[in-house]
Design a protein around this ligand. Structure first.
Ligand code: ADP
Ligand code: MG
Length: 232
């Protein structure tokens, strides 16, 4: 069985349809998509120890199968510079998430390396009742939330489809560098689209994937957050 099917099976056995960020990123990594390093930590002391391994600056995020919108719950702290900030972030995340989601099962946090800033894009998939799996690409942040600037392609994508997906968004010029910023590595983004597309086309039990954000760099791309949703 592939690593991805094992992750899916484990969630199914636990009666879950939504993979945690950690499971989702492990799945992406098994597909050859770059993600942040991440270590689970159940206690404040474990978080500090994990941060020592991951290195500074680091990021703490709530680790819970029941909390999928982590920032809304006060569950994300970025740019932590030392052990004291990690300890404080652990306490703050746990307190906020317990207050906002009293019923949630919370396993602690994940400790991640802090990705250098890049152009934030999103890659997603959905399942259309008629057409099956579709892959979505867009710029992240306000571009997707306010302007809904995204393009859709039917999976499985060809290399030409992946290229077209990048070119069809209204803000496509931003990918080529804008006002002095360097162009991003479009080949790396096309590669992410193709890997995701191939996976969902071959894996009907995956109903939805959300890589939000992916950081696009002049050299490479990195999935900073991920969520995989299974279907019935
Ligand atoms: P949410 O569940 O709220 O979508 P995210 O994991 O996407 O949580 O984190 C919120 C934001 O924090 C991201 O959009 C990104 O800008 C930033 N962020 C999250 N993880 C990292 C990381 N490892 N390195 C750098 N920035 C990060
Ligand atoms: Mg996110």
């Amino acid at each position: 069985m592939s690593a991805a099917s094992e992750i899916i099976e484990r969630a199914r056995r636990g009666g879950r349809d939504v993979l945690t960020e950690m499971e989702s990123k492990q799945l992406l990594a098994s597909l050859g998509i770059r993600t942040t390093q991440m270590m689970p930590a159940a206690t404040r002391d474990e978080a500090v120890a994990a941060a020592g391994d991951v290195g500074y600056p680091c990021v703490l995020k709530v680790h819970s199968p029941d909390i999928t919108h982590k920032s809304d719950a006060g569950g994300v702290k970025v740019g932590l510079a030392d052990a004291r900030q990690v300890a404080e972030a652990f306490d703050a995340i746990m307190a906020s998430c317990r207050e906002k989601y009293p019923e949630a099962e919370i396993e602690g946090v994940t400790v991640q390396d802090m990705a250098p800033p890049g152009l934030e894009v999103i890659v997603g998939t959905a399942t259309d009742p008629q057409f099956g799996p579709v892959v979505m690409f867009g710029l992240g942040g306000v571009w997707v939330e306010v302007l809904k600037d995204v393009s859709f392609k039917l999976a499985p994508l060809t290399a030409a489809d992946a290229r077209a997906a990048l070119g069809e968004i209204r803000a496509a010029r931003l990918l080529d560098g804008f006002r002095g910023s360097e162009p991003v590595d479009k080949a790396a983004l096309e590669d992410v689209l193709l890997r995701v597309s191939e996976f969902v086309a071959a894996t009907p039990e995956v109903r939805e994937m959300d890589l939000n954000p992916v950081f696009a760099y002049p050299d490479g791309a990195l999935a900073v957050d991920a969520r995989v949703i299974l279907g019935g």
